[in-house]
Design a protein around this ligand. Structure first.
Ligand code: ADP
Ligand code: MG
Length: 253
């Protein structure tokens, strides 16, 4: 074979095997040193390409999910949140709830880790091959209103249909007008038994009509869909954010 392996390199490029192209000189050297049989050598190269593709696909899914920040489960301090059931969270991170098309709702006051847990679970889902999309509730409504103006609601609905998991963060902070409430209702109806949801909210369910233009019937119908297959986790601890900033302040005085 030609010293520079020109033909081999061009075949690997044509076949779109960039990881093999990059790694084969090293793997060839190691395998011939260790007298690895041909099959073992080929398997090693195939593994390298598969791993590379998986890493790339995960990176693409994480990007498409549009998380506003990086939060990992490994960074969540369960000792600081004794009311959060660690086992239940680890169980959710296996994504069985996505397979069952069921939902998760984190409720509780501000600063207790609802968004952190939602993003961390969303990232776990991306790593396991699921298509995920993050919105704040306000963003979601805004996206619908914009799509309506631009006559692209069908496209938006198709994007949602192609997601396995949608995160709706901070439901309850901003109340919606009639149109916004109806769009949210449409969204929850579309996701019902099709796409899993993780919702974070500071409001107990009885107060949800407030958010949905004061419409008890609409809020009721929406809750009915959201909570048909749901795990509700109420996080009742002191604000981690507040505690952390108090600690910092105490240190600095
Ligand atoms: P919420 O959504 O409930 O208002 P966040 O998830 O935004 O709260 O948490 C506020 C900040 O505190 C974030 O930076 C988050 O990473 C951090 N935080 C909250 N709880 C924990 C925890 N138990 N361990 C580690 N960080 C936490
Ligand atoms: Mg939050």
């Amino acid at each position: 074979m030609n010293e520079d392996h020109v033909l081999l390199k061009s075949y690997l490029k044509k076949l779109k095997l960039p990881a093999i192209l990059r790694e084969y000189p090293t793997v060839s050297r190691l395998c011939s040193q260790d007298n690895v049989p041909y099959e073992g050598y080929l398997q090693r190269l195939a593994e390298i390409e598969v791993q590379h593709r998986q890493t790339q696909a995960t990176a693409r899914r994480l990007k498409q999910a549009r998380f506003p920040m990086v939060k990992e489960l490994s960074e969540f301090n369960f000792t600081a949140a004794p009311r959060v059931n660690k086992k239940q969270i680890l169980d959710l991170s296996m994504c069985g709830f996505i397979e069952k098309r069921s939902n998760v709702v984190f409720t509780g006051p501000p600063g207790v880790g609802k968004t952190h847990l939602a993003i961390a679970l969303g990232r776990e889902a991306c790593k396991r091959g699921y298509a995920v999309r993050f919105f704040t509730a306000a963003e979601l409504v805004h996206t619908y209103l914009e799509a309506r103006q631009e006559k692209t609601v069908l496209k938006l609905e198709s994007q949602i249909r192609h997601s396995d998991l949608v995160l709706v963060d901070e439901l309850g902070y901003v109340p919606f007008d009639r149109m916004g409430a109806e769009h949210l209702f449409g969204f929850f109806s579309q996701c019902y038994e099709q796409t899993s949801l993780i919702v974070t909210t500071n409001l107990p369910f009885v107060e949800w009509p407030q958010v949905f233009a004061g419409d008890e019937r609409l809020a009721g119908a929406l809750l009915d869909r959201l909570t048909h297959h749901v795990l509700v986790m109420e996080i009742l601890s002191d604000s981690y954010r507040l505690n952390a900033s108090l600690k910092r302040k105490t240190k600095s005085v």
